[in-house]
Design a binder for this molecule. Structure first.
Ligand code: DGU
Ligand code: CA
Ligand code: CA
Length: 196
């Protein structure tokens, strides 16, 4: 819910290794050095969070490039992606917990979240509108991902909300509003439930 306090272009990934990075509600605009926000898989992230880092009060503007990469857990709080790029946030390593709260994301073409490693992902107080799917566990992978979504408003997903190929993974959505959000559970989950 930030009102932008100014803008900053980003031509090199901002690394946050532990601790807190407070963006003070600035709009961070990736340049072409990071990518063009298309579905090209070789783009770089705007932020790389490691070892339990907290990123807060940030607006990711313009093209979203490859969003945020997380290694070994992070908290993402009060962050808005105005124009999601290839994807918005990727879990790159197992270990740690990934917590997203008070976030908004708009206008992606495919994925919002991408889980590329065994992980626990907790999302609460979110608004996500207009993309392909809310979360995708990397295609063909069998590791366990545990995802919970609470108090979110999800609209206009072309495909749906949770997608995995892993029968070790679990997903649950509670207290949320879904509007034209596609299928809630796609693929062979260990469990996938909703109580909205
Ligand atoms: O296995 O890892 O789309 O992180 C293929 C690749 C691909 C990833 C993923 C991502 O799945 O690049 O954006
Ligand atoms: Ca991708
Ligand atoms: Ca990506």
């Amino acid at each position: 819910n930030c009102k932008s306090t100014g803008s900053q272009s980003v031509s090199e990934t901002i690394r946050v290794n532990g601790g807190v990075y407070d963006g003070k509600c600035k709009t961070f605009n990736p340049t072409s050095a990071l990518g063009d926000g298309s579905q090209n898989e070789s783009q770089k992230p705007v932020f790389r969070l490691e070892n339990g880092a907290t990123l807060k009060n940030v607006i990711i503007g313009n093209n979203g490039a490859d969003g945020i990469h997380v290694y070994n857990g992070a908290t993402v709080e009060n962050v808005r992606w105005t124009n999601v790029g290839e994807d918005a946030l990727t879990v790159k390593s197992s270990g740690g917990k990934v917590v997203l709260r008070n976030i908004e994301a708009y206008d992606g073409s495919d994925k919002f979240l991408q889980a590329n490693a065994a992980s626990t992902i907790q999302v609460s107080a979110c608004t996500v509108d207009s993309m392909g799917k809310f979360i995708r566990q990397n295609g063909g992978t069998k590791f366990p991902v545990s995802i919970t979504v609470d108090n979110c408003s999800i609209a206009n997903m072309k495909e749906g909300i949770f997608r995995t190929d892993s029968s070790a993974s679990t997903a649950r959505i509670t207290n949320s509003t879904l509007d034209n959000a596609g299928s809630i559970c796609i693929g062979k989950w260990k469990s996938c439930t909703s109580a909205n």
